[in-house]
Design a protein around this ligand. Structure first.
Ligand SMILES: Nc1ncnc2c1ncn2[C@@H]1O[C@H](COP(=O)(O)OP(=O)(O)OP(=O)(O)O)[C@@H](O)[C@H]1O
Ligand SMILES: [Mg+2]
Length: 323
């Protein structure tokens, strides 16, 4: 399987002059640069991504948060190969996704990424067992590994429910099968778009812990989209998207013990102080400032600010009086 992926990477390498000199930074598995996505519906154009830059390291687990319509799913679909950007760069595992034919994209989707949605169960066959659903996905990729199918269902905590039909499982259990299915063909990347949107709080915590364990134990890179800020407290790096661009990032300062009460505390949003927030200066030297900070400083959009540069810091203040 690796050989095939390598051939995809080789295929796209230096395919045109613009990309010939480009090299993805070391250790970066998902590389997005200046991604633009324009949707056209009749006469109306929607700019879903407006120059988005994002790098995810191999083996990282990140959460992406943002308001409804900010471009989260658009980004995930592009990383997952379900959609193509209008412009920009997107490399995954060194593969230039813009250069893949539809057939190669299908191969990429089967082998490189696993996808979990809010209601993934609707893509499964209801009259088949959990085990057969996992095997079915393997079969579609050309190779059924029965031992792996069993192992995956055990890993997601469904050792006793392998033979249960999908409709006999709870929403949380169905999501666990979905995660096993996403991992069926041993992808290096797991993409989850609102995976806990349809389950209760306790199940959400369990599913998140599962993602955390898969990331730690199997080394799978995990990208989770959520609009739940509390949920994102459980992840080390949280990236915010606003208006189709990366806003700020939160990086957790210490490792959280997923087996202790700390998990539930984090989930309840009581771990303030553990994350440090970072802004992001884009290629045109612009910095997005979170709205609540502007509000607290008495600033609004398009207002003039007083800029003061001091040693290692820049201070923005509302001017007393504008002359
Ligand atoms: N297939 C499409 N055709 C036209 N417009 C689209 C399409 N998909 C998304 N959009 C638009 O692009 C913007 C970003 O949508 P997207 O689904 O990425 O947002 P989101 O952050 O995932 O939102 P939510 O939290 O509600 O899932 C929205 O304005 C949406 O209406
Ligand atoms: Mg969405």
């Amino acid at each position: 399987m690796c050989a095939k992926i390598k051939s995809l990477a080789e295929f796209t390498q230096g395919k045109d002059d613009y990309e010939a000199d480009f090299k993805v930074p070391d250790g970066v598995q998902i590389y997005c640069e200046n991604l633009i996505k324009l949707y056209k519906v009749g006469e109306i154009e929607v700019m879903a991504l407006q120059g988005l830059d994002l790098s995810v390291q191999k083996g990282e687990m990140i959460a992406i948060i943002g308001n409804s319509g900010s471009g989260k799913s658009t980004l995930m679909n592009i990383i997952g190969g379900l959609d193509r950007p209008t412009a920009g760069r997107i490399y995954v595992n060194g593969i230039n996704l813009l250069k893949l034919s539809d057939k190669q994209m299908l191969q990429y989707m089967r082998e490189t990424v696993g996808f979990v949605w809010q209601n993934t169960a609707r893509n499964m066959v209801p009259y088949l067992s959990a085990l057969d659903n996992v095997k079915l996905v393997m079969q579609m990729a050309g190779k059924v590994d029965s031992n792996r199918a069993h192992m995956l269902l055990e890993t997601v905590g469904l050792a006793d429910r392998k033979k249960s039909k999908m409709h006999e499982l709870s929403g949380g259990e169905q999501q666990r099968v979905a995660i096993a299915i996403a991992l069926a063909n041993n992808p290096g990347i797991l993409l989850a778009d609102e995976p806990t949107g349809a389950v209760d709080t306790k199940t959400t915590a369990q599913i998140l812990r599962l993602f955390h364990d898969l990331n730690e134990d199997m080394g799978v890179t995990v990208v989770i989209v959520t609009h739940d800020r509390q949920l994102s407290h459980m992840v080390k790096r949280v990236v915010t998207i606003s208006d189709g661009r990366i806003g700020t990032e939160f990086i957790r300062q210490h490792e959280i013990n997923m087996d202790s009460e700390e998990l539930m505390n984090a989930f309840a949003g009581h771990d303030s102080g553990t994350h440090v927030e970072y802004g992001f200066i884009d290629g045109r030297k612009r910095l997005a400032i979170p709205e609540e900070y502007l509000r607290k400083a008495g600033l609004t959009e398009k207002s003039k600010v007083l800029i003061k540069a001091e040693d290692n810091s820049i201070i923005l203040t509302k001017p007393e009086e504008i002359v």
